[in-house]
Design a protein. Structure first.
Length: 743
């Protein structure tokens, strides 16, 4: 067998001098400016934070939407490079994850649990949608967890974004906004990081970026990184340690040119690979959630691994007419994911103690085209109109096979247990538009609508012993087509009594496409050949305030959401299919407070209260009226404090701390026989360092209290009432140092 858990590339703290030598080799004369985001870079003023919620860049303080923007300086300062680092800092945002590269994002409590068919939070990279649109290839969890190196900001837009951004944005949108090539200077950044995990191994990262002007109106920007996240889970059955290490490699290259005074063109290519060994799961008692085999310990029968490879190519052109702008966004993306999990506890008893491995392969190709024509400049009536098209093909294959747990070799003479192939196509056509009528200088109303039509085809082929015990080699299959027509809308009044205050209301509809159904043997005569789209309507009011000479900001919102025809994954006889059932609501409040107390001291506090429940029984998954939706904390919050002061000649020092609280959550409806309450947990982070604007040396400690927060939980075996549970846990205390050079 290929022992993928065996890695030798980790860099310990004792090896940091080598990394310092590598960075030193890049030393160049310092540039006149430092836009790369070093610790001495100027912190973004509170009144200059930008978001692009309405596909136009505008100041966050004026945008009539609940949004969070985490800028590059913040991401670097807090060492936020992966989902688990920054999601818990965003009001009303949470996540569930059983392994790296497979994460479900949740906003405003809109989720049906770990097995929901498709995403409720959309993902964009600059102007491009990314992710799987159908429900047949892990669309709810195949979210690109991009390393945030050389990202200008992360935008999180809360509430449905169906009018501007289309399908599967029921809860909101996460957008990665990358740094654009800059024709006004040559500069770059190189950094090396080394870390060690409590009760685990050592990790490291090396990153580099360079910006090169090419003439007066053209520039090239390139970045690359490699990261080793240390493992911290042991396998007691096979006597192995730190089996869940993760390797992340990637990069981006972008060329931007102003071909004329009116035309701007940007070409971008982006790539990232994630390879994960094992899963960050611990065997726990189903009543107390206490470890059964010891701290950070599991017991598996075979190697488990997963990989995800993202590729994205984009061409964005912006042509300026007199008073108008025409934007064209063309993209092509691919996603290739593979995985292997241990299914022995579920299926092994059927085979007299043989081991069972489940392999999955998912491949996706997605091409999109969007045209937008919009007004520019200040006028009484602002407007935007657009056309959107996407064509997506996915191919999902699953295989259950038997092996000998002692030798790891296939069991001779035993037929394939189950094999399924699910090639599918998804096409969407959409037209959208919005107008903003400025009734006065202080009051305006945004009205928007989007018409979407999707057409889908699914072909299903299955074989194997569990499919047809009498004839395991027989292949059964069929092809199903489906289509949807949906209209989304937005009503968004805004009142700005002065330049420092914005009060707004928002009514918005979002939806997810339905589609053809997967019909396994156990669902014959029960499941429908297709399932319907689901939709929700979001009602909210919000308030934004700047004060104390733009040193203090407050952003707060109240929301209520009605969710109907909720899409569910229904399990029967060890297989799953899609359906609609139940209704749900979510209501709550979210807030964010920032204060530049002094020249060097910055404070921030954010949080949310979310009550999300079923308002109608969902018998297909054991959900009852009044049940809380899975994995949604009722209370969550974060606090940050940072202080910077000068010392010596041209040097400054900085210290900071972060506190994060994730409230208690309920597990999947599927565990209804003994639904598990996941307890709350807190995270404390510390950071400190020195910088001279060119060199930065810093140290950090995350999860200082070494907590064991649970991010997801599932049964180990087919019987939820008697088998133990596997609980995925957050990364233990991690201590590291970083050396960075801005040139």
């Amino acid at each position: 067998m290929n022992n993928r858990h065996c890695r030798s590339r980790s860099l310990s703290l004792r090896q940091l001098p080598l990394a310092i030598a590598l960075v030193s080799a890049w030393t160049l004369p310092a540039a006149a400016q430092n836009p790369a985001g070093g610790q001495d870079a100027k912190v973004t003023e509170l009144d200059r934070i930008v978001v692009s919620a309405n596909k136009r860049e505008e100041l966050a303080k004026d945008a009539p939407i609940s949004a969070t923007a985490l800028n590059e300086e913040f991401l670097i300062r807090t060492r936020s490079v992966r989902f688990e680092d920054y999601i818990t800092r965003v009001p009303a945002m949470s996540f569930l994850s059983a392994r790296p590269g497979a994460t479900q994002l949740i906003l405003r409590g809109i989720t049906s649990g770990a097995s929901q068919p498709n995403a409720t939070v959309g993902t964009y990279i600059d102007e491009t949608p990314f992710g799987i649109s159908n429900a047949f290839a892990g669309g709810s969890t195949m979210t690109p967890d991009l390393d945030t190196f050389d990202v200008q900001r992360l935008e999180v837009l809360r509430g449905p974004q169906g009018t501007h951004y289309g399908a599967s944005t029921l809860g909101g949108l996460l957008k990665f906004v990358t740094n654009a090539p800059d024709p006004y200077g040559f500069y770059g950044r190189v950094e090396a990081d080394a870390s060690t995990v409590s009760a685990g191994g050592d990790g490291h990262a090396v990153r580099a970026m360079v910006n090169v002007p090419v003439g007066e109106k053209t520039a090239l920007r390139a970045s690359a990184y490699t990261r080793e996240d240390a493992g911290y889970i042991d396998d007691s059955r096979r006597g192995r340690k730190d089996i869940n290490g993760v390797t992340v490699d990637g990069g981006r290259i972008a060329l931007e040119t102003s071909a004329s005074e009116r035309l701007k063109l940007r070409l971008t290519a982006l790539a990232q690979n994630i390879e994960a060994d094992g899963v960050p799961g611990v065997y726990v008692d189903r009543q107390t959630l206490s470890p059964l085999l010891g701290d950070l310990t599991q017991a598996r029968y075979t190697d488990e691994y997963s990989s995800a490879k993202y590729r994205l190519y984009n061409a964005t052109a912006d042509y300026a007419f007199d008073g108008l702008s025409l934007v064209s966004v063309t993209s092509h993306g691919t996603l290739d994911a593979t995985g292997r999990t241990d299914g022995t506890a579920v299926y092994g008893a059927l085979l007299g103690g043989a081991g069972v491995a489940q392999g999955q392969v998912a491949n996706q190709e997605k091409t999109t085209q969007e045209f937008r024509l919009q007004s520019t400049g200040e006028r009484r009536l602002d407007w935007q109109a657009g056309l959107f098209y996407t064509r997506e093909t996915t191919d999902y294959n699953s295989l259950l096979s038997a092996f000998n747990p002692l030798t790891q070799e296939p069991v001779a003479g035993l037929p394939v247990l189950f094999q399924a192939a699910l090639p599918a196509t998804f096409k969407e056509y959409a037209a959208f538009g919005n107008v903003t009528w400025h009734f006065t200088k202080t009051f305006d109303v945004l009205l928007g609508a989007r018409y979407s039509r999707n057409e889908q085809t699914l072909t299903q082929s299955t074989s194997g012993y569990l499919n047809n015990p009498a004839n395991p080699g027989a292949v059964t299959g069929f092809t199903v087509d489906s289509s949807d027509d949906v209209v989304s809308y937005l009503i968004n009044p805004r009142w700005r009594p002065n330049d420092a205050t914005t009060i707004y209301a928002r009514i918005a509809k979002g939806y997810r496409p339905g589609g053809p159904n997967v019909l396994p043997p156990a669902a014959a005569g029960v499941a429908q050949p297709s399932f319907d789209s689901d939709s929700l309507i979001n009602y909210e009011v919000g308030f934004k305030l700047l004060g104390l000479d733009n040193r203090l900001s407050l952003d707060a919102a109240l929301f209520y959401i009605d969710w109907s025809e909720v899409q569910l994954t229904i399990s029967q006889g060890g297989f799953s299919y899609m359906g609609n059932g139940g209704e749900a609501f979510s209501r709550g409040a979210e807030w964010a407070f920032s204060w530049r107390a002094t020249e060097g001291l910055s404070l921030g506090f954010s949080g949310a209260y979310t009550q999300s429940e079923l308002s109608k029984n969902a018998p297909g998954v054991g959900g009852r009226d009044g049940d809380r939706l899975p994995y949604v904390p009722e209370w969550s919050g974060a606090a940050d404090a940072d202080y910077r002061w000068p010392f010596g000649e041209n040097w400054s020092a900085f210290v900071g701390t972060s506190y994060r609280y994730i409230g208690g959550r309920e597990s999947n409806f599927g565990l209804q026989a003994s639904r598990v309450h996941l307890p709350s947990y807190t995270l404390l982070d510390l950071r400190a360092g020195v910088s001279n604007g060119r060199w930065t040396i810093s140290g950090y400690a995350s999860n200082l209290g070494d907590k064991r927060g649970i991010t997801s939980i599932s049964t180990v075996g087919a019987n939820a009432a008697s088998n133990p549970y596997m609980a995925s846990v957050i990364r233990p205390r991690t201590v590291g140092v970083t050396l960075a050079l801005d040139f």
